[in-house]
Ligand binder design. Structure first.
Ligand code: ADP
Length: 451
């Protein structure tokens, strides 16, 4: 049974069910109709006999008179017998030759020449004559014939009906299962790694199979997306590490082989030192991100003065060579419960970017506000801004918008904002941005005061 397909199983089950139901119906029909027809037939027999009880009289001149008595009526053959059992009048059914004893008001079932009969007798007193018997005989074949013809018809039509039923159910189930075969094929192709961009794409439909196909498609979307991100990430990391590594290699080779004096060696060491610093910075950021990815980071929650921390970070910002003016609107003593060092990293990153992507003599405005159970921080600059097509991507790892390539050189890694977003999410908060190219950007952080 396990080897059969679901289609076959359903068709078989349907077939067996049909056989059982039809057999039961036939059996029931035979049972009910047989007994109903038989009892009808017996009622006709007894009533026909009873109706003629008064049709027999005696006259001194003419003897027994029965002019009104019809000897064959409603399939009933009637005879008159003397009290001693001699037949006086009437007809027996053709081929009836059984010798049946008399029994008043009783219906007897008799078989003669393989034909079933019912026999009904009445003993009647005829005035001035004495007792006589009035007998009715009716053949039962009518009833048996009707039932057996039904069964015969059923016997021939049942296999045909059964075949139509099984085939019909097989094809309906096959049709209904067709999309599942398609889902199976697509999922197999994807799992064998042939093509990750393949989709089941059953289209719009309401039944369970369509819902299942759409759920699978959404899952494939997410899988493809995360595979792509993974690939991109590896490519980006390799790319970021390649430049400093080759610079370090070149400089150390130069220092070893070509440097003539200590000053030349020193300048090589200087370059190596800077590049190693950059690599170390990249590696420590990657480590942090990967710990966040693996949920290895545990938030060290404490209650602290968010207003004070923001003020402190602003004041500790190194003076920018772009002569950027910083203003702030921070209501005092807004307390939140969060990981203080991670939150200060958000503040540092947003302020650093607002500075880095600003213009000469630009400005930055920092605003803090309480909103119900949350606190919001906005960092607004009137710097170079971000193109609309890039806004969604700036939170991706290693993404640097076009503006960054021109505005900054060495220190831009494209990891700051992705970290800001992850920290915000870890705290149950969110970060959003509005920006216009050439006019400036506003980053808004929303954090719950308590997590
Ligand atoms: P990084 O600054 O190291 O490149 P980030 O993740 O902090 O990396 O930022 C990603 C990109 O978003 C930056 O390269 C830059 O193109 C853009 N960006 C971030 N902040 C600003 C800002 N205040 N103004 C304009 N562009 C910004």
């Amino acid at each position: 049974m396990k080897k059969l397909s679901v289609k076959m199983k359903i068709a078989l089950w349907f077939g067996v069910l049909m056989v059982v139901v039809i057999t039961l119906v036939l059996w029931f029909m035979q049972f009910i109709s047989g007994s109903v027809i038989e009892s009808n037939s017996k009622t006709t027999l007894t009533q026909t006999v009873e109706n003629h009880l008064n049709d027999i009289e005696y006259d001194d001149d003419d003897g027994l008179e029965y002019d009104d008595l019809v000897f064959y009526k409603n399939g009933v053959y009637m005879q008159i017998y003397s009290d001693k059992g001699e037949k006086l009048a009437g007809n027996l059914p053709p081929d009836f030759s059984a010798d049946v004893g008399f029994s008043d008001r009783q219906t007897q079932n008799i078989e003669s020449h393989s034909v079933a009969y019912s026999v009904y007798d009445r003993r009647i007193f005829v005035k001035d004559y004495g007792y006589i018997w009035l007998r009715g005989i009716k053949e039962n074949t009518e009833a048996a014939g009707a039932v057996s013809s039904i069964i015969q018809t059923a016997f021939f039509t049942l296999p045909l009906l059964l075949l139509i039923g099984i085939l019909g159910s097989y094809f309906i189930v096959k049709r209904a299962f067709k999309p599942i075969a398609h889902i199976n094929k697509t999922a197999n192709e994807i799992s064998e790694g042939k093509d990750l961009s393949r989709r089941i794409a059953l289209g719009e439909g309401k039944d369970e199979v369509f819902t299942l196909a759409n759920t699978f498609d959404r899952m494939f979307d997410r899988l493809e997306d995360s595979f792509e991100k993974e690939k991109q990430f590896t490519a980006d990391v390799s790319h970021e590490l390649r430049t400093p590594t080759s610079v370090i290699l070149a400089q150390s080779e130069y220092g070893l082989k070509d440097a003539d004096d200590i000053d030349e060696c020193k300048s090589s060491f200087d370059v190596i030192h800077r590049q190693t610093g950059k690599m170390s910075n990249l590696i420590s950021r990657l480590l942090q991100l990967s710990r966040m990815d693996r949920n290895k980071i545990t938030l060290e929650l404490e209650e602290f003065n968010f207003s004070e921390l923001t003020q402190m970070v602003i004041e500790e910002q190194p003076k920018s060579d772009k002569n950027v003016t910083v203003t702030a609107d921070i209501p005092p003593d807004i307390y939140i419960r969060a990981d203080r060092s991670l939150i200060s990293r958000i503040l540092l990153n947003l302020l650093h970017n607002a500075n880095q992507y600003n213009r000469k003599n630009g400005s930055i405005h920092i605003g803090v506000a309480e909103q119900g159970g949350s606190v919001s921080l906005s960092v607004k600059d009137n710097g170079i801004g971000i193109a609309e097509s890039e806004i969604k991507k700036i939170f991706n790892r290693f993404y640097r918008a076009d503006n960054a390539r021109t505005a900054t050189k060495e220190n831009s890694l494209g990891l700051g904002l992705s970290m800001v977003k992850e920290i915000a999410v870890l705290h149950g908060g969110e970060i959003s941005v509005t920006s216009e190219l050439g006019k400036g950007s506003t980053f808004t952080l929303l954090l719950p005061k308590n997590i």
